[in-house]
Design a protein around this ligand. Structure first.
Ligand code: SAH
Length: 535
């Protein structure tokens, strides 16, 4: 019989990569997940598909559920013999009321375990370039609630001892109360020149840091809203040298990725690693062809096929998927030469333990013709091209002109994704987006269709458009979309490089709303890559 248990898990401060291995395991095995406002929602993608997921978030004074009700919920769910993962921001026992929840569980004889998390006072300064301790500056470090009501007669905080007795001071929940915190510290002997940093949404793409001293931080941080951590102490000065996170090339840039959900992850991850705030807005979806008969027929005569030309990763995947589905395997490809349009497609082919005989120097159809010609005369050769339904006709036509017998077969369909994410559309409209990326002509067409002509003309002057290669650029320009970022190498890495090099204009920053719960941070899904310009 299954044992019930409640895991009190710290999810870390915001960056989903900062959860512990054990914490992630608890998400994966939970029957029920109860989570808070400060938990990065992308972590929930790891939950079982049948898990019950309950939001009990508290944002400032807005409580979705009172603490007593949350305690009761944990008890009730555990009593139903469930494995419950109680997911909390940062660490569950650091100003997270985890202690109260644990006591209630104990009182009700419910087994529980605690999985610590990285707390905001350690992670946010680290991501802002501030080590909380350093031998030359301080050997003490305190975590303090800044939430205390300043009108309270008797403070629980001994300001006198705190102000001068500790080196680094970090204040949670202290934004509204910052003037009081600062005045208490100065009143009790901390120098007015002590450096201070206020970090909002630490460890996320929306991280914002303001620095000053006890004499001016109130004024300087007046526009900072919660959640933010305040750090007081000489270590703040190290930020000038150690600020690694906010100085990454795409930090502060919001980039829209329009490729299909299945294919977005590699691209999104690269952009995220460079500091970008990535919004996935899938404009296309890859589906099976309406009729497999033409492909099946070709698969039935591989022994008389001279070449297979793969022009996209999808083509590779769909070809082999069907081959295997028919109970066949790669031995049937013996003697068939393989051409791949570019490096990502080649990698995918190699993944099936097959060698590529030809990859053109430029990753477009025109270059394929040239490269094949150099290898052998194509007259009379049988060439199979498993492609998208909307692939360009240039390549098969050129090969036919050269006397080849070409089977241009639909191996998959590219259909428009219909459900445009309104939060992304709103961000395009309100000017939060810096760059929209196109990785094929169909992403351009469908993007324009989904956002609508009026919207597109309203926001297109405020964003930069980035294109993977000349065919995509041409499609965009034909539709009145001016492309200012063009990849020199027509691949995802080439596009990323161009974005880093050419996204050099700085727009005024509009602070992001919660970066944790709007699908902003990219999701890890199996990597499917595509370089083809041909869609
Ligand atoms: N248990 C949490 C703290 C909860 S109290 C932890 O260990 O981090 C909520 C306060 O934590 C916020 O008001 C803010 O002061 C701080 N906080 C949490 N996440 C933060 C983040 N990503 N950036 C800055 N401050 C954060």
């Amino acid at each position: 019989m299954k044992e019930n248990i409640v895991y009190l898990v710290g999810s870390g401060p915001g960056d989903p990569g900062l959860i512990t291995v054990k914490g992630l395991e608890c998400i994966k095995k939970a029957d029920v997940i109860v989570y808070d406002y400060l938990v990065n929602h992308s972590l929930l993608k790891n939950a079982r598909s049948d898990a019950e997921i309950i939001y009990v978030g508290k944002k400032g004074n807005q409580h979705t559920m009172e603490q007593e009700d949350i305690n009761q919920l944990l008890v009730d769910k555990a009593m139903e013999n469930k494995v419950v993962t109680r997911l909390k921001g940062g660490d569950p026992y650091v100003f997270g009321r985890g202690g109260e929840e644990a006591l209630v569980l104990k009182k009700n004889n419910i087994p529980f375990e605690v999985v610590p998390g990285i707390t905001a006072a350690i992670a946010s300064p680290a991501y802002a370039g501030i080590p909380v301790t350093h031998r030359s500056y301080t050997s003490t470090f305190g975590l303090i609630t800044g939430h205390e009501d300043p009108t309270k007669d008797q403070s629980d905080i001994d300001w006198e001892k705190l102000s001068t007795g500790l080196g680094t001071l970090t204040f949670y929940m202290g934004i509204k109360n910052l003037p009081n915190i600062v005045s208490q510290l100065v009143k009790h002997g901390r120098s007015k020149d002590t450096p201070v940093a206020v970090i909002r949404w630490g460890t996320t793409p929306a991280q914002e840091t303001v620095t000053g001293t006890l004499s001016n931080i109130v004024e300087k941080a007046k526009n900072i809203k919660p959640p933010a951590i305040t750090i007081v102490g000489e270590v703040v000065n190290l930020r000038d040298q150690l600020n690694w996170f906010e100085t990454r090339p795409l930090f502060g840039k919001t980039v829209v990725v329009t490729r299909s959900r299945d294919q977005a992850s590699e691209f999104s991850e690269k952009l995220t690693d460079l500091g970008a705030n990535v919004l996935e807005f899938p404009t296309i979806k890859i589906t099976s062809p309406d009729d497999f008969a033409p492909l099946d027929k070709e698969l039935g005569r591989l022994e008389s096929t001279d070449w297979i030309i793969f022009t996209s990763v999808n083509g590779v995947d769909c070809f082999f998927h069907r081959l295997f589905e028919l109970g066949r395997d790669v031995r049937d490809l013996k003697g068939v030469k393989i051409c791949s349009i570019g490096p990502a497609t080649t990698d995918r082919i190699k993944g099936f333990h097959l060698k590529v005989d030809c990859q053109p120097p430029k990753y477009v159809a025109e270059s394929v013709v040239e490269a094949l010609k150099e290898i052998e005369a194509l007259k009379g050769k049988r060439i199979l091209m498993p492609r998208a339904d909307i692939a360009r006709s240039y390549l098969p036509e050129e090969l036919q002109k050269m006397g080849a017998d070409v089977a241009d077969i639909v191996a998959y369909k590219t259909v428009a994704a219909t459900n445009g994410d309104n939060t992304v559309l709103d961000k395009l409209k309100d000017g939060t987006v810096d760059i929209v990326t196109f990785t094929s002509s169909s992403t351009v067409r469908n993007f324009a269709k989904i956002v609508g002509e009026d919207n597109l003309s309203a926001f297109k002057k405020n964003v930069q458009f980035a294109s993977i290669g000349p065919i995509t650029t041409k499609t965009a320009e034909e539709m009145g979309i001016e492309v200012s970022i063009k990849a020199d190498e027509y691949t995802i890495p080439g596009l990323v490089k161009a974005i880093v090099e050419k996204s050099g204009y700085d727009k005024p920053q509009i602070p992001l709303e919660s970066p944790l719960n709007k699908g902003i941070l990219s999701i890890n899904i199996p990597v499917l890559k595509e370089v083809s310009e041909e869609l």
